[in-house]
Ligand binder design. Structure first.
Ligand code: EPZ
Length: 418
């Protein structure tokens, strides 16, 4: 298993190109199942989760070609003849449940392993299933699988109990082929939802209101193939800006508009950094040690839970005490004991973590537990004195394209040990 070795202390500075967004690319790739024509997707990041998605789509009979040099995927779903997402694939990537909406809408059947809990929480999919039933699907739970069948889905009114990202995406993909109009209320408003709507529109789908909490969809009988370039990854951008802040450097990310990261940028500013916003780039200039700043995660446009661990790493060396409140997932503090191994002083009380800023961190061997936790450990290692080794880097590889190469180009002393 690969490890990452970091000799901390270097300032992280320079320009870095943000890759395509993982969480936008995943539903967009699944949406190719809604048509029998070829789809073409650009700016697809080379990540483990993308490979898993292509493996799943291939196993359904879709022919997927990933030109990794160009970050381009061509998908030919004309021979799809399987409708099952097996346990082994769903276990490695929960987002596999996003196959449910498209398969059901296009083929009237889908069998998808129930994802079960994961390192950050129980993460049920009841909102997805209840809403699909509202569109006329019959859902059975059998032997750990969701078995869903339907005639042509019928548009309906849906109100989500919580603005779930995945449920909103699954239902958008189901409703675009349903008969009549679907009105979805209390939808997630994340930029990745907007990106999915745009990709679906490139297939001929009729959608209005994405990015607000009410989405209207007029179902079509059929859709054409997609031709779409995936948006930049806002969490990757936020992670590199955090790297500049925690090391006292200055980084400019390119390939993402600052509007998608506003909640995070405002907190960086409260913590004393200078942030320069542009249409396609964001620059963070550290102005010395960060100042303690509280955050509370929330659905977009709130502070993203996917940046909580990285912000906590920055606060671990801030002047003063910060309270970090996690409201989306019940167990997303697994990075705390690991950051404490670097000398951070963080105490968890329920869904709050109290972070007492320390003068400095000291390198140590660490173990990553999930994707964003891994990123926070790398950040800790970049600012810690001496050597830090991060084990179980496969978590990082699920969601960051070439992270150590990009950090090296920004001045980090970091290497992968095979
Ligand atoms: C998406 O997960 C992202 N994953 C996550 O990114 C992200 O942390 C999360 O949204 C929140 O922003 C992808 O886009 C692939 P949710 P998702 O449904 O869709 C509860 C990363 O690091 N809930 O919005 O699974 C759920 O348990 C990852 O890149 C139900 O109770 O998140 C959670 O507490 C990790 N029932 C809350 O809602 C349901 O049916 C929000 O989950 C669905 C969700």
């Amino acid at each position: 298993m690969d490890k990452i070795l970091i000799r901390g202390g270097n300032k992280i500075s320079g320009k870095v190109k943000v890759s395509g967004s993982k969480n936008a690319a995943l539903p967009i790739l699944f949406s190719s199942l809604l048509s029998d024509q070829k789809s073409n997707f650009k700016n697809v990041p080379i990540l483990q989760d993308i490979r898993t998605t292509l493996k799943l789509l291939n196993s359904l009979g879709s022919d997927c070609q990933f030109d990794e040099k160009k970050n381009e995927v061509v998908m030919n779903p004309s021979r799809v003849n399987q409708y099952e997402a097996p346990y082994d694939l769903v276990r490695t990537m929960r987002a596999s449940v996003l196959v449910l909406g498209p398969l059901l809408a296009r083929y009237g059947k889908a069998k998808v392993s129930l994802p079960g809990g994961c390192a950050i929480g129980t993460r049920p999919i009841n909102f997805h299933l209840d809403a699909l039933e509202k569109l006329g699907a019959q859902i059975l739970l059998e032997n750990g699988y969701v078995i869903a069948t339907s005639k042509r889905l019928k548009g309906n009114e849906i109100k989500f109990p919580f603005p779930s990202v995945g449920a909103t995406e699954n239902l958008m993909m189901a409703a675009v082929l349903a008969e009549g109009e679907t009105v979805m209320r209390n939808c997630a408003r994340e930029p990745e939802i907007v990106d999915l709507a745009r990709a679906l529109r490139s297939m001929g789908a009729v959608i209005e209101g994405e990015g607000s909490s009410t989405i209207h969809i007029q179902g079509k009988e059929s859709l054409s193939g997609a031709n779409y370039s995936v948006m930049g990854d806002r969490i990757e951008a936020g992670t590199f800006l955090s790297a500049a802040f925690i090391t006292g450097g200055s980084v400019q990310t390119e390939g993402l508009s600052s509007e998608f990261l506003e909640a995070v940028l405002e907190k960086f500013e409260t913590a004393g950094a200078e942030v320069i916003r542009n249409n396609d780039s964001i620059e963070l200039r550290s102005k010395g040690k960060p100042l303690s700043t509280p955050i509370e995660t929330g659905p977009y446009p709130g502070f993203p839970t996917d940046m909580q661990a990285q912000f906590m790493a920055v606060m671990s060396i801030a002047k003063g005490e910060s309270v970090i409140t996690e409201t989306i997932f019940e167990n997303r503090f697994m990075h705390v004991p690991e950051l404490n191994r670097l000398g951070a002083e963080i105490h968890v009380q329920g869904n709050k973590a109290v972070v007492k800023g320390k003068e400095k961190l000291l390198g140590a061997p660490l173990t990553a537990t999930d994707l964003r936790a891994s990123a926070s450990l790398v950040l800790g290692g970049l600012c810690a004195q001496g050597e830090t080794v991060v084990n179980r880097v496969y978590h990082l590889d699920r969601g960051y394209e070439n992270m150590e190469m990009k950090l090296r180009s920004l001045g980090a002393d970091i290497e992968r040990i095979k």
